[in-house]
Design a protein around this ligand. Sequence first.
Ligand code: FAD
Length: 318
Amino acid sequence: MKVTEYFEKADGKTLISFEVLPPLKGGSMQAIFDTLDPLMEFKPPFIDVTYHREDFTYNRRPSGYYEKTAIRKRPGTVGICAAIMHRYGVDAVPHLLCGGFTKEDTENVLIDLNFLNINNVLALRGDARKFDGKFVPEPDGHKYAIDLVRQVEDINNGKYLDKNIENGISTDFCIGVAGYPEKHFEAPNLSTDLEFTKQKVDAGADYIVTQMFFDNENYFKYVDSIRALGINVPIVPGLKPLTKLYQLNSIPRLFYINMPEELSKGIMAAKDAAGRKEVGIEWLIHQSKELKKRGVPCLHYYTMGDVETIKRVVEAVY
Ligand code: FAD
């Protein structure tokens, strides 16, 4: 079923969903099951699986020269989605990237997904590779998520890249896109970023999932700004627990978001690691309860493999 159909069917009730990361190359699928098995009691209608573009590593050769190798460290998104659907009977939402894909690669992935009966995707641009500094698309790939949305829409209408294909089957993908309550870091300002988000919806996106935030006011203001642009699609809040001291700096650095003063003070004042974790969990429970009270369509948790924390939070709000 489509993600948006679950929201319609829920009729105002807040759903719970999770995002998981593929294991590092060489790792086992069991890591995903170990994360999800304890969370299935909360009946998530869908589970997102992230996609990871290849990155470059530089290995020193005996001659002293460095050899550049491209490695995808977390492969397996499509296979993991199929395995999740098979094991739990819930829908899986693969993240689909512009980065690392030509249009032809994208089309072929969409065909695989369709054959596997996976009919939800989250269409994203992807981040820059570490060594590129800025986002570089494939020579025949997409530069922005909106172009990916358009390609998914094309195949939904039976339009393939090869113009010789006549009467190609139409797929029926439900398309999610990313939204940034505190602005995407490359956007010159929030209103420009909102305008680009509107364009993704106008191009065919069915719902928005937000970047994490720790201050619900940012989400509420974001929803108001999006609605003011005439966009009525569901806006799913993305939520992540902050449980470790170093995350006070790493989360703002990696995700370009602010930490509320009260949260950072609470974390810094805690006596030890266990105390800091408690502060982070209580914060997320409070955030989740308030969002639920305000009738958000779904609480979408970025699990990051920390099943114990996520379980405690969801138990408190479910
Ligand atoms: P876009 O919508 O293309 O926007 C990128 C930037 O370009 C923005 O600043 C936007 O304002 C600007 N822009 C958009 N359109 C135009 C235009 N036409 N002209 C000029 N500027 C424009 N990354 C991964 O690698 N794998 C994942 O699985 C993954 N999952 C994610 C899930 C969620 C819910 C979120 C919020 C992010 C996720 N990301 C993931 C990170 C995401 O790929 C990055 O944030 C990326 O930098 C932007 O992706 P986007 O789809 O928002 O890009």
